[in-house]
Ligand binder design. Sequence first.
Ligand code: MG
Length: 382
Amino acid sequence: MVKSISVLGCTGSIGRQTIAVAEHTGIKVAALTANRRVDLLEEQARRLHPAFVAVFDEAAARQFRIAVADTDIRVGSGLEGLMEAATLAQADCVVTAVSGSVGLRPTLAAIDEKKRIALANKETLVCAGDIVMSRAAERGAEIVPVDSEHSAVFQCLMGRKKGELKKILLTGSGGPFRGKRREELEKVTPEQAVKHPNWNMGAKISVDSATMMNKGLEFIEAMHLFSVTPEEIEVVIHPQSVIHSMVELIDGTVIAQLGVPDMGLPIQLALTYPERCPSMFGRLDFAKLRDLSFEAPDFEKTPCLKLAMDCARMGGTAPCVMSAANEVAVGMFLRHQLGYNRIYDAAASAVEKVGVAKEPDLETILAADTAARAYVLENFSK
Ligand code: MG
């Protein structure tokens, strides 16, 4: 169990839940970072007394420095601030809950310091999975997944030998528009897309869940995290989100991890692993559960999932380009600047037009990320 954490991205959905879990389990918070939500950050900082706080946005950092001038909290800003929070000596674990590729360098820096990474930033493995996993192995840093699916697989594989795994069964609810055809989704609004049937999450990931790009990103992450090939992962639609994922072993045995759909549970395990402790979350009541159902994904109706799986096979910078293009397109959709179906169009077209580099280094990956963003802004703005 970890003693003290740095929370990168503390004002987002995962960041706030991480803080709640830390307070519940008595884990100290050594550092916090946020983009620009100064009010919430100040409230958190006054309650938790971290040694260091970084505000990414420079103007917001100035504002925050003034707001906490009466305390002894050190304040940093920009990427430098994020890096300092990620490598702070007092923390033995870094929770990477920032969204976007900005999380990459701090994660690598934390790995170099041998800190446990409680991984909640998708881009880390989607964009730079090969680099991050080999660096972690080299330095002996643990990567414990926070995402519910990967946490489930992680738990199902506890105490197993690598050779016993036949395949990963990655479950997904199918989102709010499961079974709908493209033509029926033409007029979907941001308000409709962010209403997930089971999970309460941030806006971007909720849209990704609706398009199933989220499952595609998780597919790519799972490849890296558990060093399996695309052929060794099968996506299973399971609308109730009670099973969080499964593994099939070579003898045909399937092991599943079940629990209430609350991100607090995988967050808590990422911090207490290899131990477990009582949680403040709900319990499954099998008398009330009734049906658990399963179906195969319909790739024609979930082109984003198909695209992500194709990019996983392509490798190189393909997943990074797709993910960056998708992020920009989802942002435009949330601001009512792009139609729902155009999210897929933007991501697919970026993969085709931006080009894919094989075996990229970190600079090449970050350049591909920038190029994909620029491509979508240039070609998909109204
Ligand atoms: Mg997930």
